[in-house]
Design a protein around this ligand. Structure first.
Ligand SMILES: Nc1nc2[nH]cnc2c(=O)[nH]1
Length: 157
């Protein structure tokens, strides 16, 4: 299949998803060596899970079926430009390429934009609408970072 065909499939998934009232109009396909390894659709309405975005669910499915969190040999076809959460997941998964069709501007025009979140992230943390408040560590004998360091001594430089 060509790039255009993979994208056409992602858009069809988005269309059917909205039509069947399963979720918002977003679809995603992950491809490895020219083969589809995962598909995802926005499932927020059905599951009430605010993180159930098409790209995120496709990444989860691909990681599970390939048995690795490293998707550096995979490409993602997303019907719409990824939101900051999915973009982070794309980086965590190390995807080698991302294609999208509907732009952030077009998403914004139908009330599905994520410009606000992108703007919030770019602000210094003190200026964001949702405050990140640091509390003192109360870890007693259970310091998870010290444990991790100890467990991975050989690998940490
Ligand atoms: N790209 C994308 N944008 C969204 N905005 C809200 N939900 C989604 C989604 O599943 N994918």
């Amino acid at each position: 299949m060509s790039l255009e065909q993979f994208m056409k499939l992602a858009i069809e998934l988005a269309y059917d998803n909205a039509k069947n009232k399963k979720g918002k109009p977003f679809g995603a396909v992950i491809v490895k060596d020219g083969e589809i390894v995962a598909k995802g659709v926005n499932n927020v309405l059905e599951t009430h899970d605010p993180t159930a975005h098409a790209e995120l669910l496709a990444i989860r499915q691909a990681s599970l079926s390939l048995g690795t969190s490293d998707l550096s040999d995979c490409e993602l076809f997303a019907s719409g430009e990824p939101c900051p959460m999915c973009l982070s997941a794309i980086y965590w998964a190390n995807l080698k390429g991302v294609y999208y069709s509907y732009t952030a501007q077009e998403e914004e025009e139908i009330g599905l934009g994520t410009k606000y979140v992108y703007e919030q992230i770019a602000l210094p943390k003190e200026q964001r609408d949702i405050k990140l408040i640091r509390l003192d560590k109360n870890d007693g004998e259970k310091n998870p970072f010290a444990l991790w360091k100890e467990m991975n001594k050989a690998e940490i430089i």
